[in-house]
Ligand binder design. Sequence first.
Ligand code: ZN
Ligand code: ZN
Length: 207
Amino acid sequence: MKIKKMLVSDYDTNCFILSDEETKEAVIIDPGDDGVVLMEYVEGENLKVKYILNTHGHNDHVGNNDYMKEKTGALVAIHADDVDILTNPQLYMKYDGIKGQSAPDIILHNGDEIHFGKYTLTVIYTPGHTKGGVCFWEKKENVCFCGDTLFRGTVGRVDLYGGDLTTIINSVQQRLAVLKDDTQLYPGHGPATTMGYERKLNRYVRK
Ligand SMILES: [Zn+2]
Ligand SMILES: [Zn+2]
């Protein structure tokens, strides 16, 4: 699986474009902004984007959903519990110059599988940063895209609308910490890490 990380938005959000090098089928995780640059990559690699996947509904992760859907024809997928902030960012943001995105094509549930090329992403429901946060885990490649649920050494903020500390700790300990030590983790901001590193050094993962 080819993993292309691109920094987007004012918050340096990690947008990931995952593709199968044989079939050229691809998914885009969290196109928060800078769709013009994302499209340069998609077109340069000749990718067929099947899905636009949102780890959660914050604007820095979803802000170019509509743009990328229009350009690629891909279907947008997000968990049901973040559709409210996807379509109405004023729920968590005072600034009202940010427009909501269209309602999704697909509602994600814990355990759902998303197929592209020879790869399968499994949806892991991890609320706490928002109500409807999810991670995307590819078992064969042993990689997991964590959004703002888990960062290297810490977890995402819980002070915004729908956030809750106990909930995010439960998500991390019960849903993510079951992954093996050598699982590569790709957070929504900052550097990649591994579950083994987090098990040793992240106080929210350590029991
Ligand atoms: Zn967020
Ligand atoms: Zn973020």
